[in-house]
Design a protein around this ligand. Sequence first.
Ligand code: UT7
Length: 310
Amino acid sequence: MNAGLIGVGKYVPSQILTNADLEKRMDTSDEWIRTMTGIEERRIADDSMDTSDMAYNAAVEAIRHAGIKAEEIGLILVATVTPDRPFPSVSTMIQERLGAKNAAAMDISAACAGFMYGVVTAKQFVESGVYDYILVVGVEKLSKITDWEDRNTAVLFGDGAGAAIVGKVSEGRGILSFELGADGSGGKHLYQDKYLHMNGREVFKFAVRQMGESAVNVIEKAGLEKEDVDFLIPHQANIRIMEASRERLGLPVEKMSKTVHKYGNTSAASIPISLVDDLAEGRVKDDDILVMVGFGGGLTWGALCIKWGR
Ligand code: UT7
């Protein structure tokens, strides 16, 4: 019996910050941002919308999509590096608001790979029969740790949330394989003190190598070939990194998810947000073989190979 994603949801704030808006605030250009990152605009949450509010909104949609009741959820996992406060956790905050009174709750800190870590953890509990349904949320309000004076990072990030319900799926479908990893020696390249700091070049090199390797590894672990992959959902950090992993798999452009242009890098939220748009716009269908792959601060990485459908 496999666990799979049986419902998904997303929330992005309505306020749009364009490259043209950023040109007015700092020494940058639309041309540089588009060429170097693929980003055209990003969403920014206002003061009334904290991380837990976005997580709640995405979770409500995922629960509805899965057709379950909040009381049936056994565990809530929220992947975020921008919680409302150090504790209580975002997961306990949304547990209360959702009325998920039978759920245990904890947050996961694995930066942009956090949603991958959450889904893989959920899979273990579902397949061992401990919980029937697990809510996994990837959510970030990166705007609150962004140094708006630092053009190296301020142009890259956005706010948003994506959520999934992990539960049992029919024979042959669901999560076929996964890979998780970490390399703490690279922690110095991407971290937060007051603000987020990044050595873009180092993270870029790591990302290109790791995204390709992890994608290939999960395909092999699933007993499949590159040619079997129908769709790739890479972490939406930078179009050049995404293109490198697509090329490594030999996939055509239309077989890769691309939302980085409209949401920027939303860290742990980027893969589930993209998945929701890909489903809504018909790019992901039942029985498709999907590869999802993320990387981020830590350094951390994670990948999944999934046969889509319930
Ligand atoms: O989710 C995981 C987190 N992070 C990432 O995935 C990011 C990974 N890294 C990257 O995507 C890339 O490293 C960046 C897009 C951030 C930067 O690209 P790069 O090819 O590594 O360029 P660079 O940092 O070496 O900067 C090139 C030039 C520099 O000018 P000089 O020193 O060559 O004169 C920068 O000062 O571009 C300059 N620059 C900018 N110019 C205009 C840096 N940021 C900006 C900016 N606007 N916003």
